[in-house]
Design a protein around this ligand. Structure first.
Ligand code: HEM
Ligand code: NAG
Ligand code: NAG
Length: 595
């Protein structure tokens, strides 16, 4: 049963059940009905032929409609001097086999490898999946990225397919709005991301210190630590302090214990027992996984959720936790107002900053959820994969360490000015975000007008109201752009002048933070936070080593990846994505202290 709307905004969310039922009715009921009426109008008697025609009218209509839309597309493309986007042609009607292949890849395959294979099979960088006869474009073309994010920005929006999947979670948050509403949210938030707020090094220190102590404590007992678990706590503590003004203090709660975990929705979770906040974090992970699965299934995902919306329970849990915080902020503001204090906006807390500009509880809550998700998982992902690469490439780790010790000594506190000099560390972060961009998929939908996409090889036709999924992870690994070493982790490439020149000319070949007007608003914040932590880490530890024997069952790379193309043959963990990148089952590593 559909749940009653929780908020005013929820009443306006497009109903996915209605959409899919109407579509099904149109496909299954209308053609036979028309056929029956036609036979009656012709006065022809009931016959086997009439029955057969009635039944066959269903597939026939599908085929005819598809042919017709293809014809429309081809002639519109020709008129605009563009080529239609190449279509995947599966073996089964509606590319049902391809849908199944993509879903299987999503569950069992190397991250986004199915898409990479499809691009390879069709020898192109932009492809129409045509799931169930509807256009769905995937791309790893720098020209298309550039157009959709920057030069053709105004022709795109997040789009109905996106909203249907994610609106209940993100509502009116910045990530989720378009047009004037988006502009308002962006303009409102920008001052908050000014220089001093985003380089709050005191905050970084306060949170990094206990995290490092935790790693040291494990190292003392010669035990590994789940770095992904630790870093997710670190970034959530930083994020919550920055956003709500309250530290959740997740770092002081029991960590995942080696050997006492199982595979959770993303990382490791304890086999038994939950701490007070775990349901909240788990709810976040669950909802992210379910929303991503909807995306992978294409336009028919509602069929699996006709009876119950898979995101309802986790969203209830998230709201239960966030709503009291919002109410308290509004009460604070009210109390201040009564006491004659006008502005609380300088306090450096995003929640108070929001509350000073609106009383809309709903909107504040959606913004908080948005920023919490955007800030936490992305930065945790970056640092997790940095540690992974430190473990895989000890020589890179040593070089970063050398740079850190030369600049800050074994104990000096990082400062914003000196961060700029950390060239090699910055190259390591760049290289990590190249191979594992924390948010590897950016989705847009064209508006009502047909468009010509300036793809790198030839102009491509994009029909109106068509979804485009841009896959930065694959773009960042293209051999024709990055050379034969595209799949290898090589921070030194960032000192290759030819490459830098190429990136300057084609900035969208590297876009871990997206680009154009909707470029990540937290980019500098994330970089400062990550560099700060990496520097502190290097001062206390000299090397890292994977602990595969502690990864929970089902989280090590499956045997069938061996010998596969790209990185899947060499990966020692199972990278996956659910809105953001993560290592399945967490990242269990040993750390070796400095002294
Ligand atoms: C390594 C860390 C991060 C990466 C790789 C990253 C990446 C991205 C990307 C690719 C987008 C564009 C998404 C789209 O348009 O569909 C984005 C948007 C956004 N990011 Fe980040 N992000 C990171 C950290 C952060 C942090 C720390 C914050 C907040 C403190 C943040 C807040 C946002 C917000 C609010 C948006 C939406 C902006 C808009 O639509 O105007 N991000 N980020
Ligand atoms: C890292 O990448 C950014 C582009 O996002 C570039 O401006 C910067 O120069 C790079 N830094 C290093 C050291 O590679
Ligand atoms: C860190 O923050 C400062 C503002 O204090 C900003 O200018 C700088 O670009 C940030 N660093 C990085 C690496 O983004």
């Amino acid at each position: 049963m559909a749940k009653a709307p929780r908020t005013k905004f929820e009443q306006t969310i497009p109903d996915y059940r209605r959409r899919i039922l109407v579509a099904l009715a149109k496909a299954i009921l209308v053609p036979p009905l028309v056929t029956v009426l036609a036979f009656r109008a012709l006065g022809s008697p009931f016959s086997a032929f009439a029955v057969l025609a009635t039944v066959l009218s269903i597939p026939l209509t599908v085929v005819l409609r598809s042919r017709y839309s293809t014809w429309v597309e081809h002639s519109a493309a020709a008129r605009l001097g563009a080529k239609p986007v190449p279509r995947v042609t599966g073996k089964l009607p509606g590319n049902f086999d391809v849908v199944k292949r993509v879903l299987k890849g999503f569950e069992r395959g190397y991250v986004l490898q199915v898409h990479r294979d499809l691009f390879q099979e069709y020898d192109c960088t932009t492809l129409n999946l045509r799931f169930f006869w509807s256009d769905q474009i995937i791309t790893m073309d720098e020209g298309v990225f550039q157009f959709a994010c920057s030069s053709g920005f105004s022709h795109f929006e997040k789009g109905i397919m996106w909203h249907e999947r994610i609106d209940k979670l993100l509502g009116t948050g910045l990530f989720n709005t378009d047009g004037e509403e988006w502009k308002k949210g962006r303009t409102m938030a920008r001052p908050f991301f000014s220089k001093d707020r985003i380089s709050d090094f005191e905050l970084f220190e306060r949170v990094s210190a206990p995290a490092l102590d935790l790693i040291a404590a494990r190292a003392e007992r010669s035990q590994p630590i789940d770095a992904q678990d630790l870093l997710s706590r670190l970034t959530l503590d930083v994020g919550s302090k920055f956003l709500f003004g309250t530290e959740l203090d997740l770092l002081s709660r029991p960590l995942n214990e080696p050997g006492r975990v199982k595979l959770g929705p993303k990382g490791s979770i304890p086999i038994e027992g939950h701490s007070e906040l775990d349901p909240f974090t788990e709810a976040f992970e669950t909802v992210a996984v379910r929303i991503t699965r909807r995306g992978a299934q294409g336009p028919t995902w509602p069929l699996k959720e006709l009876l119950s919306d898979a995101t309802d329970d986790p969203i209830d849990q998230i709201l239960e936790w966030i709503d009291p915080l919002v109410r308290r902020a509004l009460e604070r503001k009210e109390a201040n107002r009564k006491a004659g204090i006008t502005s609380t906006a300088d306090e450096g807390v995003f929640l108070d900053f929001l509350a000073s500009s609106t009383d809309d509880v709903e909107h504040i809550r959606y913004e908080l959820i948005t920023y919490l998700i955007a800030a936490r998982d992305t930065t945790a992902s970056l640092l997790t994969f940095v540690l992974y690469f430190f473990a895989l490439h000890p020589e890179v780790c040593s070089r970063v360490r050398e740079e850190v010790l030369n600049t800050f000594g074994t104990d000096g506190q990082p400062t914003p000015e000196k961060l700029k000099g950390m060239k090699y560390l910055r190259a390591v972060l760049n290289e990590t975000l190249r191979l594992f961009p924390s948010a590897p998929l950016v989705t847009r939908m064209s508006k009502d007008a047909p468009l010509v996409l300036p793809a790198s090889k030839e102009p491509l036709y994009l029909p109106p109201r068509t979804q485009v999924m841009m896959i930065s992870l694959l773009l960042h690994r293209r051999h024709d752009l990055w050379g034969d070493s595209a799949d290898e982790f090589m921070p030194d490439r960032w000192f290759d002048e030819q490459l830098i020149e190429k990136i300057n000319k084609t900035p969208f070949m590297y876009c871990p933070f997206s680009g154009g007007p909707r470029i990540c608003i937290g980019q500098e914040f994330a970089m400062n936070e990550s560099m700060y932590f990496a520097i502190r880490l290097m001062q206390r530890f000299r090397a890292f080593c994977l602990a595969p024997e502690f990864q929970p069952a089902g989280s090590l790379p499956p045997a069938e990846w061996k010998g596969g193309s790209g990185r899947q043959g060499v990966e020692k963990i199972w990278p996956a994505t659910s809105l953001t990148m993560f290592s399945k089952g967490g990242l269990w590593i040993y750390a070796e202290p400095s002294a």
